[in-house]
Every structure is written in structure tokens, then in C-alpha cells.
Design a protein around this ligand. Structure first.
Ligand code: SF4
Length: 306
């Protein structure tokens, strides 16, 4: 069910009170609506939020993001209740790989092949993996492996970026995030560059190679925040989901950020109304079956140790 926010001030107050009574913490991905960021205890990318989930001293974690993120929080916190305010918030890319498909593919490959799953995957796929990674640490994770062959699931673009940056034999899965490929195109970035020739171009590695080649900087959302803050440039073309303009602008009020306007519909379904409803009724609990959780936790913990 989708909610509209009739009165943000009232909703914020109600959420603050519910957070206190439920002993809850709210984690929000950087692609969430600005109104959701305002009630969050922590905002960040997948890696930062995974860390926050581990450190959270709370009985309840409200995860404002998509299902695979809430599953990861649940995998890391079997003793806590994890709520996903909008149960329809899935990820199209995560749905492009199933555990059965990964098992079958692995059986075709040399025995010493490591399976690396991007955290943007289901808990079942993580359970089939040797290690997970995020867009912030994918290169480091793959470099850390002793195996020469790596099956990289499910994002072909992040996988090809890793292949460019390492000497590993990276076997690509044919998955992609429509927000970054094809919805962020090389033509759109070139047009922004033409109109703003002095702007620095920041590109997310989920974009395809033609788009990445136009980037002055390639990195995850948290790395973009860091780059924009440190850079002496005054204007930036942002090659990722449009909501990133908000945290970038907040942290850098005197700089200008431009986007080609690509939006993740799943990230937009969560509203203050759905956060309040989930906390009030304690509904939309995300839990991962114990056998899958234990195996997936091994892959996530291996990533955290890198
Ligand atoms: S932006 Fe792409 S990878 Fe992220 S949740 Fe949306 S569809 Fe999935």
C-alpha cells in the first residue's frame, strides 16, 4: 500500500515518538526521498548501512531502502526485528539472479572459481557466494581473493569495472540496473558536459563502460560525496540515481550538481507515512530462514573483514 504524506511535521513527530517507544533505529539509503532522510538516524550507501546495522543498539531496525538491504540487515542481526516500510520495494537487478542459476553456473566453471555477489542480490544468492561486495569495495574484495577465476553476480557493469581494475579472470553475469544502464546514457552525459564544460563528471560503476569512460571520477555514492566535498570544482555531473543530488547539495551548498534525471521507482515508494505505519503496527517484518541466513552471513562477514 502506498501512502502520501499529508503533514510532514506531524508525521516526523509521530515517528520520533514511535522510535523511542519501539527502541528503533532508522537507516535510509542515499537514494531515498529527502523527507525520509530527515527522520533517519543514519543515511549512507549499502556498505555504510550494513556497518550501521551491525552496530545498531536497538530492538528494531527500520530499513528505508529495498528488500535486499533489509535482508542484509536481518542476516547481520538475527536478534533484531527488521522492518521494510514498503514491502513492494524490490530491486530489479537482484531479481536477475537466482540461487539455482548460480549453482548451475558454478558447476560449469573451474573448481577454483570464487563466487562474488554484489550486495544487490537476494539472501539466497548471497548464501551461494564465497564473499559479497558493494560498489565501494568491489575492486578491493576481488583483489583480496586467492582464486584467479571469479564469477561476479549479478551486475555485469560493476563486474566489468572490476575486471578492468584487477588482473583476475572475471566471469560476468548478465544482470544490470536499469537506472544506471540504459537510463544513464553516454549521450545524456555528453550533452550535460557540452552545456557545463567545467563540471567534473562522477559516474557510478553500475553504468556501462561507454558512460564510465566519460567520468573524471568513478565511485559509489559515498565515494561521490567524499570526492565532491574534497574537489575544488564548483559544478558536478552526477551519473547515478537522481536522489543523490539531495545529499550532495546538502553537504556542498555552494556547489552545483546536475543529473540526467534517472530515477529508481523502488527507492521512491517509501514515504514518511509508510515508515510511521510500519513502526506503529510493527508490520512488514523481513526475516531470512536460518539455513540461508547462516551461509549468507559467512559471505557478508567475509566482505566486512576485507
Ligand atoms: S537503483 Fe538499481 S540496483 Fe539500486 S535498488 Fe534501484 S534497481 Fe536496484
Amino acid at each position: 500500500m502506498l501512502f502520501t504524506d499529508p503533514d510532514e511535521t506531524v508525521l516526523r513527530e509521530e515517528i520520533r515518538e514511535l522510535k523511542r517507544t519501539r527502541k528503533a533505529v532508522i537507516l535510509a539509503h542515499l537514494y531515498q526521498r529527502p523527507s525520509v532522510h530527515y527522520v533517519a538516524d543514519f543515511t549512507g550507501d549499502s556498505l555504510e548501512l550494513s556497518r550501521r546495522a551491525v552496530e545498531a543498539k536497538a530492538d528494531v531496525i527500520v530499513f528505508c531502502g529495498v528488500r535486499f538491504m533489509a535482508e542484509t540487515a536481518s542476516i547481520l542481526n538475527s536478534d533484531k526485528i527488521v522492518l521494510l516500510p514498503e514491502p513492494s520495494a524490490g530491486c530489479d537487478m537482484a531479481a536477475m539472479a537466482t540461487a539455482e542459476q548460480v549453482r548451475r553456473k558454478r558447476a560449469e566453471l573451474p573448481e577454483d572459481t570464487a563466487v562474488v555477489s554484489y550486495v544487490n542480490s537476494t539472501a539466497e544468492v548471497k548464501a551461494e557466494s564465497d564473499i559479497c561486495c558493494t560498489s565501494a569495495n568491489a575492486v578491493k574484495v576481488v583483489q583480496s581473493l586467492s582464486q584467479e577465476h571469479v564469477l561476479f553476480v549479478p551486475d555485469r557493469n560493476l563486474g566489468s569495472y572490476v575486471a578492468e581494475q584487477t588482473d583476475k579472470d572475471v566471469i560476468l553475469w548478465d544482470g544490470h540496473c536499469y537506472v544506471h544502464d540504459p537510463n544513464i546514457s553516454a549521450d545524456a552525459i555528453r550533452e550535460l558536459k557540452r552545456r557545463h564544460p567545467n563540471a567534473a563528471v562522477m559516474i557510478h560503476p553500475e553504468c556501462n563502460a561507454a558512460v564510465r569512460r566519460l567520468g573524471d571520477f568513478i565511485g559509489s555514492t559515498s565515494q561521490m560525496l567524499d570526492y565532491a566535498s574534497r574537489s575544488s570544482k564548483r559544478a558536478f555531473i552526477v551519473g547515478t540515481e537522481e536522489s543523490m543530488l539531495h545529499p550532495l547539495q546538502e553537504q556542498n551548498p555552494h556547489k552545483m550538481f546536475l543529473s540526467s534525471g534517472s530515477v529508481c521507482s523502488s527507492m521512491r515508494v517509501t514515504t514518511l507515512g509508510s515508515v510511521r505505519c510500519a513502526l506503529d503496527r510493527m508490520v512488514n517484518v523481513v526475516s531470512v530462514p536460518a539455513d540461508i541466513r547462516e551461509r549468507a552471513a559467512g559471505a557478508v562477514s567475509a566482505m566486512m573483514a576485507v
